[in-house]
Design a protein around this ligand. Structure first.
Ligand code: NAG
Ligand code: NAG
Ligand code: NAG
Ligand code: NAG
Ligand code: NAG
Ligand code: NAG
Ligand code: NAG
Ligand code: NAG
Ligand code: NAG
Ligand code: NAG
Ligand code: NAG
Length: 450
């Protein structure tokens, strides 16, 4: 059982990772050259070349699509034409440096040469290998910085507190630096000063020292990505009411808290609390989130009935409410969802029969309701849904017999073990040509296998 839960946890993490890449939180840096190319300032040229000289290129260690942008940097040419460098048209000042995924290896030293690029608004050094060095102090000299991306670049140590004086910052991405940590004091200072912050992405950064209440001051937030951060304590539900919030990922932390009873941030598109200790029930105001595409409550202490509020949530593509303590009947409006690809409701105490007909689920691939208290007959509609691949209904109290299937679909895995299904398996069942796994064990079936 322990191993199983662990596997589910991994699955949930992968699930979240997958959707992270689908939902667009990013404001990608434009390095398109501006015509006519302005002339680079000599001090910017020298700062860039000196930075380049502190780094080496390692072709072996990175994703195959990364390539060394700095190879095109040649001191006898205008730096405004160098790859990854963008200058302001009027002044020639370097305003954007995008060296993401450039196979750079080396340490970032305090007051790195880059802090001499005083006009810099956007700095992206993601997906390089800064060899476990710290985020350099002195970044506070980049007073115009609006976008900073240091994700996935092997940084470690404490995030320096002077980052909190970058009061124009709109987007801060330090995610996927497993050995990086925020202390409570630095983070409090940051949330007090960075009132314009819209994107805060800290996935896998150690935030175990940070008080969840400190996020409440970030009133401009649109994207809050805090999966696997070691966060603990009560997460204030007021944060889910911040008016611009679109994307929330708090998965795999040790947070407690409740869902807000009302006034959810109406632009919410992605909401994942998986693998935490949120309590209480789902309020009917969830039905106001008409833009929502993903809801993940996997493995929390949530309970009560799932309210019948899915009528207007027709953009939902993935819903994972498994491993909670939900009870009562399945809400009928859930079966009307047309965009849903994945519906996970296993390991709850859901009861009652499944509907006899459904009008939604045209895109459903994965349907899991194992380990519940469902009763009633095995419906035939799952076997005719056009996209369904996985049907998992084991360990319920479904009774038979099976009905004939009208138009067999492309279902691959059917698990109906541990139910009370009786009677014969209808002949049409053997027309399921894509079936790779069928588990009907621990039922009371009879008849002939054709
Ligand atoms: C930061 O960079 C990574 C990798 O290049 C990218 O996937 C991510 O979207 C960027 N973050 C933001 C907020 O743009
Ligand atoms: C730099 O540019 C000059 C003139 O175009 C060229 O002769 C030289 O080979 C270049 N150096 C490198 C390292 O590409
Ligand atoms: C990063 O660079 C250091 C050397 O500076 C090296 O020891 C380490 O293996 C590299 N890490 C990766 C993931 O390439
Ligand atoms: C807040 O930002 C201002 C600059 O905008 C800076 O002078 C001040 O020191 C910062 N405060 C903190 C606590 O970092
Ligand atoms: C928000 O910031 C103000 C200072 O600007 C501070 O007094 C207050 O305690 C902060 N609130 C939270 C919840 O951090
Ligand atoms: C919800 O928003 C309304 C209107 O902005 C406000 O009057 C009300 O107090 C809010 N309720 C809660 C519980 O925040
Ligand atoms: C939000 O949901 C609540 C409860 O279901 C409802 O009373 C309220 O009218 C809804 N608000 C909006 C803006 O839809
Ligand atoms: C589930 O909820 C019921 C009440 O509905 C409660 O008695 C039970 O202890 C809960 N189980 C867990 C594991 O929280
Ligand atoms: C499901 O959709 C059908 C057709 O659009 C509608 O008549 C029915 O009321 C809906 N049922 C629920 C429970 O929302
Ligand atoms: C079957 O499901 C119930 C919940 O309905 C659960 O308590 C029980 O552990 C499950 N049995 C197995 C063998 O997983
Ligand atoms: C299994 O079904 C047969 C009739 O098909 C019935 O006699 C028997 O009692 C059933 N066994 C159980 C355990 O329900």
């Amino acid at each position: 059982m322990g191993k199983f839960i662990w596997l589910c946890q991994i699955r949930s993490v992968l699930f979240v990772l997958f959707f992270l890449s689908v939902v667009d939180c990013s404001l990608s840096l434009s390095s398109s050259s501006i015509n006519p190319t302005p002339s680079c300032l000599p001090e910017d040229t020298s700062a860039l070349l000196q930075f380049k000289n502190t780094m080496s290129i390692d072709d072996s260690a990175f994703f195959s699509y990364c390539y060394p942008k700095t190879n095109s940097w040649n001191e006898s040419t205008n730096c405004c034409s160098w790859e990854g460098v963008t200058c302001e048209k009027a002044t020639g000042q370097v305003i954007s440096l995008d060296l993401s995924c450039s196979k750079l290896v080396g340490s970032l030293s305090p007051n790195t040469n880059l802090v001499r690029l005083r006009g810099l608004k956007r700095l992206d050094l993601s997906l390089n290998n800064f060899s476990a060095s710290s985020i350099p102090s002195g970044l506070n000299q980049l007073v115009s910085l609006t976008h900073l991306n240091l994700s996935g670049s092997y940084l470690s140590g404490s995030v320096p507190s002077d980052i909190s004086s970058l009061s124009k910052l709109i987007s801060l991405d330090l995610s996927r630096n497993e050995r990086l940590e925020f202390d409570r004091h630095s983070f409090d200072m940051l949330t007090r000063n960075l009132s314009k912050l819209e994107n805060l992405l800290l996935r896998s950064v150690d935030m175990s020292d940070v008080a969840p209440t400190s996020f409440m001051n970030l009133t401009s937030l649109k994207c809050l990505s805090l999966g696997l951060c070691g966060l603990q304590g009560d997460f204030p539900s007021e944060i889910f009411q911040l008016g611009y919030l679109e994307y929330v990922d708090l998965s795999v932390n040790s947070l407690t808290g409740y869902l807000p009873k009302s006034n959810w941030s109406s632009p919410l598109k992605f909401f994942d609390l998986s693998s935490n200790y949120f309590r209480g029930s789902i309020p009917s105001s969830l039905g106001n989130l008409t833009k929502i595409t993903h809801l993940g409550f996997y493995s929390n202490k949530l309970e009560g009935e799932i309210p019948d509020v899915f009528g207007n949530l027709n953009k939902l593509t993935t819903l994972d409410f498994s491993f909670c303590n939900f009870s009562g009947q399945l809400p009928p409006s859930m079966f009307n969802l047309t965009q849903l690809t994945s519906l996970h409701l296993s390991s709850n105490r859901l009861q009652g029969p499944l509907p006899i007909h459904v009008t939604g689920f045209q895109n459903l691939k994965d349907f899991s309701l194992t380990d519940n208290l469902l009763t009633g007959g095995v419906p035939s509609w799952p076997f005719t849904l056009p996209s369904l691949e996985y049907l998992q209904l084991s360990n319920n109290s479904l009774t038979g017999p099976f009905n004939q299937i009208q138009k067999p679909n492309s279902i691959q895995v059917v698990d109906l073990a541990d139910n009370d299904i009786h009677g014969e398996i209808p002949s049409s069942f053997f027309g399921l040509s894509k079936l790779t796994r069928l588990d009907l064990s621990s039922n009371n079936l009879s008849g002939v296998i054709r």
